[in-house]
Design a protein around this ligand. Structure first.
Ligand code: ASP
Ligand code: MG
Length: 417
C-alpha cells in the first residue's frame, strides 16, 4: 500500500489533472494506491468567502458563480460528452454548497467546515470520474467516514484510536487497487464535517499512511523537493536529498512551507519514508524524509517569515520577569490562541515574536495592560538559519538592523527591520 498526496496546484486545470492521472497510471502496481487530493487551485480561498456570515447574502451568487465557472471549465475540458455522469454529480454538490452557504450563521468554526469541505468533495469527484474514464478504475471514498476528530470542527484534533478502528475493515482496504479520497476534511465526533487546518491535506495523507501501515508516502508538488530556501526569496536554492524526521519537524515548525507541520510525526512513529517529488518532473528523485542521521547534502537552510510583530512586555511594578509574570503572559497567549514564533526574556522584559495581527494584538493588550506595559514593532522579518556561519548571517542581513538575535549551536534566528 502506498499513499500519494496531490495538492491544489497539481489539479488546478484540465491539463494538470491529465498530468496527475499520468503519474497515477505509471505507479499502479501490485500494491494498492491511495490517492489523497486537495481542492483544485485556490478553491478553498473562494469557499472561505461563502461561509455564512462572512459576506452579505446578496454577494453569494457572484461568489458562487466564480466557484462553478472555475470547476466547469475543467469539467468541460475533461469530459466532452455532456451526458457524462460527472455533470450530475458536480451539479448535486454545487446545489448542496449553495444551500449550505445560504444557512443562517451559527458557530463560525462549525459553519466553516460544513462549507469549505465542498472544495475537496468536488475535486475528488472530478478526479475519480476522470480516472475511471481513462480506464484507471478506482473507488471514491468519503474520508469523513474514516478520519475522526474532536468537535472543534476547524483545526480539528485527530482521534487516532477512532481513526484506526475506522480504517481497519474500511473501503480503503477493500482490495480495489486504486482509491481516491479527500485531504483536509474529516468527520467530527458528533457526526459533522471537520477540517484539519489550512494546507492540511499533507497531514491527511500522513494519518492514512500511519493507520494503513503504508510502505511509503509521496507528496507531489510544484517544486523539485525540499529546498534549502524558498525560491521566491532565493535565486540559488539547493535541493536537500535526505532529511531526518526530526530535522523535517524542526523546519516545518520554523515555518518551512513545503509540508504541513503535523505531517511528519505519524509517519515517523511507523518509520514510513516520505517522498517529496515534482509533478512537473515525476522521474526526478525528489527528496526523502526518513530515518537518517543528518541532512544530505549538509548545507545551510533558510526560512523567512514576513509580517512579524516583535512585542516587548514589561511589568509596570518593576518586578522581574519571573514565573508568576510569565504565567500571566502565557495564559493570555493560550487563551487567544496566539502562536509564538520566538521568545526571549531579560530581568525586566519579555519579548516575543508573533505573526502580525492587529486584532489579536489589541485583545492581548486589553488583557495584559493592568499589569504590563506593551511595546511593539510591526512589519518585521523573522529569519531562521540552520547550519549558519557568521559570513552567511552578514550576507543575509546586509545593512538592515537586527532587533533581536538568538543562537544555538546549529540554529540562529534573527528579527530584522
Ligand atoms: N484545500 C486546503 C487548503 O487549501 C487543504 C490543502 O490544500 O492542503 O488549505
Ligand atoms: Mg494546498
Amino acid at each position: 500500500m502506498k499513499v500519494f498526496k496531490f495538492g491544489g496546484a497539481s489539479v488546478n486545470s484540465a491539463p494538470a489533472v491529465r498530468n496527475m492521472a499520468d503519474i497515477v497510471r505509471r505507479h499502479l502496481g501490485n500494491s494498492t494506491l491511495i490517492v489523497v487530493v486537495s481542492a483544485m487551485g485556490k478553491t478553498t480561498n473562494m469557499l472561505e468567502q461563502l461561509v455564512p456570515g462572512v459576506h452579505p447574502a446578496a454577494e453569494h451568487p457572484a461568489l458562487m458563480q466564480k466557484v462553478k465557472d472555475y470547476h466547469y471549465t475543467i469539467i468541460h475540458d475533461l469530459f466532452p460528452d455532456a451526458g457524462h455522469p460527472v455533470y450530475a454529480a458536480a451539479g448535486d454538490l454545487f446545489a448542496q454548497l449553495e444551500q449550505q452557504s445560504a444557512q443562517a450563521p451559527t458557530d463560525y468554526n462549525f459553519d466553516y467546515s460544513q462549507t469549505v469541505c465542498f472544495g475537496e468533495l468536488i475535486s475528488t469527484t472530478i478526479v475519480s470520474h476522470y480516472l475511471n474514464s481513462i480506464g484507471l478504475d478506482n473507488r471514491w471514498v468519503d474520508i469523513r467516514t474514516i478520519i475522526r476528530t474532536d468537535n472543534q470542527y476547524r483545526e480539528g484534533i485527530v482521534d487516532f484510536a477512532a481513526t484506526q478502528r475506522n480504517t481497519d475493515g474500511s473501503p480503503l482496504l477493500s482490495g480495489t487497487p486504486l482509491v481516491v479520497t479527500q485531504g483536509f476534511i474529516a468527520g467530527s465526533a458528533d457526526g459533522h464535517t471537520s477540517t484539519l487546518g489550512r494546507e492540511g491535506s499533507d497531514y491527511s495523507a500522513s494519518i492514512l499512511s500511519y493507520c494503513l501501515g503504508a510502505e511509503s508516502m509521496t507528496i507531489w508538488k510544484d517544486v523539485p523537493g525540499f529546498l534549502n530556501a524558498d525560491p521566491k526569496y532565493f535565486p540559488d536554492t539547493v535541493k536537500i536529498e535526505q532529511i531526518p524526521y526530526n530535522e523535517a519537524i524542526e523546519l516545518a515548525y520554523y515555518g518551512a512551507s513545503v509540508i504541513h507541520p503535523k505531517t511528519v510525526k505519524p509517519i515517523q512513529n511507523k518509520n514510513i519514508q516520505l517522498h517529496i517529488k515534482s509533478f512537473l518532473d515525476p522521474d526526478a528523485p525528489g527528496s526523502v524524509i526518513g530515518p537518517f542521521s543528518t541532512i544530505q547534502p549538509l548545507t545551510p537552510l533558510y526560512i523567512f517569515k514576513n509580517n512579524q510583530t516583535l512585542l516587548s512586555i514589561l511589568p509596570k511594578d518593576f518586578s522581574f520577569i519571573a514565573e508568576d509574570n510569565l504565567q500571566t503572559i502565557f495564559a493570555a497567549l493560550a487563551e487567544l490562541n496566539i502562536r509564538v514564533n520566538l521568545m526571549q526574556n531579560t530581568a525586566l522584559s519579555f519579548s516575543l515574536c508573533i505573526d502580525d495581527n492587529p486584532m489579536l494584538l489589541t485583545r492581548l493588550r486589553d488583557r495584559l495592560q493592568k499589569q504590563f506595559r506593551l511595546r511593539y514593532n510591526q512589519g518585521l522579518q523573522l529569519i531562521t538559519i540552520r547550519y549558519y556561519t557568521q559570513d552567511i548571517i552578514d550576507r543575509i542581513v546586509g545593512t538592515r538592523t537586527i532587533l533581536l538575535q538568538q543562537r544555538t549551536r546549529t540554529t540562529t534566528q534573527l528579527i530584522i527591520q
